[in-house]
Design a binder for this molecule. Structure first.
Ligand code: GDP
Length: 195
C-alpha cells in the first residue's frame, strides 16, 4: 500500500468524539511498551506521527489517524502497565468496552505481542474481546530483531498455544520497526483487508 497522506484526525475517549464519517478502521492494540507507536510510525513511514511513549501507560486516548483520506488507523491505548491505579485501569477498560461496542466501522484488529515473551493474561483478554465482538484479529509479533529468524516458529507456537489458536486461523506477522522488516507485509495485508 502506498501511503499518500496521513494525519491525526482526532484523539477521543468517548464515542461522541469518534470521527463521524463511515470510513473503515483498522485498530492496533497491545501492552504498553510493546512497540505500537514505533510500528504505527513505521507503517506510515513517519518519524514522529505517533509519539513513541515517554511515559508508558499514560496515553488513555484512542487516536484516529486518517490515511489517504479513505481509512483510519486506530491506535488503542496501551494496557498492562503495572503502576497504574485501579481507577486508571478501570477507565482504560471502560474506554475499550465503549470502543468495541460503539464502533461501527472497525474492520480488523492487530494484536501486538512482543516476540520474545509468552503473552500475558491481559493479552488474552484483548484477544477474547475481539472474538466476543466478532472483530477479525491477527497478530503482529514485535521486536523480531531481538531473536534469530530460526527462533520465530518456536515463538509463534508459544503465542498460539497461549491463545488457543488452531492451525492457520490467525496470521502472525513478525516485524521489526528498528530494522524495518515485515512492515511491508503488514501494509500490503491492510490493503487486502480494505478491498
Ligand atoms: P508503545 O508503548 O507500545 O507505543 O511502544 P514504543 O513504540 O514506544 O516502544 C517501546 C520501546 O521499545 C522503545 O524503547 C522503542 O525504542 C523500543 N522498540 C520499539 N520497536 C522496536 C523494535 O522493532 N525493535 C527493538 N529492538 N526495539 C523496539
Amino acid at each position: 500500500m502506498i501511503i499518500k497522506s496521513s494525519k491525526l484526525k482526532i484523539s477521543a475517549v468517548n464515542p461522541s468524539s469518534y470521527p463521524d464519517d463511515d470510513l473503515p478502521c483498522i485498530a492496533f492494540a497491545g501492552r504498553s511498551n510493546v512497540g505500537k507507536s514505533s510500528l504505527v510510525n513505521s507503517v506510515l513511514k513517519r518519524k514522529t506521527l505517533a509519539r513513541v511513549s515517554q511515559m508508558p501507560g499514560k496515553t488513555r486516548t484512542i487516536n484516529f489517524y486518517l490515511i489517504n483520506d479513505n481509512f483510519y488507523i486506530v491506535d488503542l491505548p496501551g494496557y498492562g502497565y503495572a503502576k497504574l491505579s485501579k481507577e486508571e485501569k478501570d477507565s482504560w477498560g471502560k474506554t475499550m468496552e465503549l470502543y468495541f461496542s460503539e464502533s461501527k466501522n472497525l474492520k480488523h484488529l492487530f494484536l501486538l505481542l512482543d516476540i520474545r515473551h509468552e503473552p500475558k493474561e491481559t493479552d488474552r483478554q484483548m484477544y477474547e474481546y475481539c472474538k466476543y465482538y466478532n472483530i477479525p484479529v491477527d497478530i503482529i509479533a514485535t521486536k523480531s530483531d531481538k531473536i534469530s529468524r530460526g527462533q520465530y516458529q518456536k515463538s509463534f507456537s508459544v503465542i498460539k498455544k497461549f491463545l488457543n489458536i488452531k492451525g492457520d486461523e490467525v496470521k502472525i506477522f513478525p516485524i521489526s520497526s528498528l530494522k524495518k522488516t515485515g512492515i511491508e507485509e503488514v501494509s500490503d495485508y491492510m490493503e487486502e483487508i480494505l478491498k
